[in-house]
Design a protein around this ligand. Sequence first.
Ligand code: BO1
Ligand code: ZN
Length: 228
Amino acid sequence: EVHWTYEGENGPQAWGKLKPDFNICAIGKRQSPINIEEGTTLQGPAEPVQFNYTPSSGTVVNNGHTIQVDVQGDNNITVRGSRYRLLQFHFHTPSEESVNYKRFAMVAHLVHKNDEGQLAVVAVLLDPGSAPNPLIDKVWTYMPLDAGDRVRMPRELLNMNELLPSDQRYYQFIGSLTTPPCTEGVLWMVLKQPMAISRNQLRLFTQLYPMNARPVQPLNGRPVRDAQ
Ligand code: BO1
Ligand code: ZN
């Protein structure tokens, strides 16, 4: 079986040819990630996201592409009149989405799904400084070092609010999964305010995954909304 990667012959340029199911990676017109240019965004109307996150348990998975946490418990967001439940979150280094062509050191993608099966991903940009993030500390404690391994977190240690910045203004656009099969129609929300992580937290991840970001994709005329 062929396996997609971030570098080499099965890297992003080849994804669309690895399997018929991955064709959209090559021919899709609404692919992610994108660069967000601050001067060119659509202003308003306000479309606030309401976060309803409660302490939960989770399973930390090393899936060979990233560290992912499958979340148990009731965590949901409401946006555009629809409720989406949090299924999992995971990380990329450097950040896949860029703002004015600047990539951040890391990003967390919080993946939600509504009853119609549509996905909404909230991206939280992560910036290394001196202060560790408490949620990432708990996740890294249980991080499996070998691809394919998973570790169940004891108790309800996950408080997703610890990953959210106080300023919840964001950029909104329609895009895709950033990994094969690159399925389109994903509602993307990129929070503008980055969260701090420590340099050590960043290093613990990059030791496993030094580069797991897809290059930015053409906008093809898609509007990016400054969603307040
Ligand atoms: S990402 O946030 O664009 N990097 C991304 C990439 C792949 C997935 C999700 C987000 N994969 C999807 C699977 C679905 C699954 C969903 C939630 O993740 O294709 O089958 O339901 O785990
Ligand atoms: Zn992702």
